[in-house]
Design a protein around this ligand. Structure first.
Ligand code: MG
Length: 94
């Protein structure tokens, strides 16, 4: 069992969903601070911003593994991922 699956098994999907919401709000706060300090434009992302980015990624990966665990759900996930990435590519070609 992966570490992500173990976390969901130990704490539960909905508990980790609340953790994701909490982590997203922490990332939001750091993004706003970075914008205020013009850090992104200067390519000097703060350590706090990077830490919150990692927190969101990890919890999102945990939920994602559960959400698309079944093969048929994974197919839907991949369909939308491809569709949306293609839309972005087209937008960039305009
Ligand atoms: Mg955090």
């Amino acid at each position: 069992m992966t570490t992500h699956r173990e976390m969901i098994k130990k704490f539960g999907f909905w508990h980790q969903s609340l953790i994701l919401i909490e982590e997203m709000s922490e990332l939001t706060k750091e993004l706003i601070k970075s914008k205020r300090r013009n850090e992104i434009e200067q390519r000097i992302a703060s350590e706090e911003l990077i830490e919150e980015l990692v927190d969101v990624e990890i919890v999102l990966e945990q939920l994602k593994e559960t959400i698309i665990e079944r093969e048929d759900r994974k197919k839907i996930y991949l369909k939308y991922r491809e569709m949306k990435l293609n839309r972005i590519k087209k937008l960039l070609e305009e």
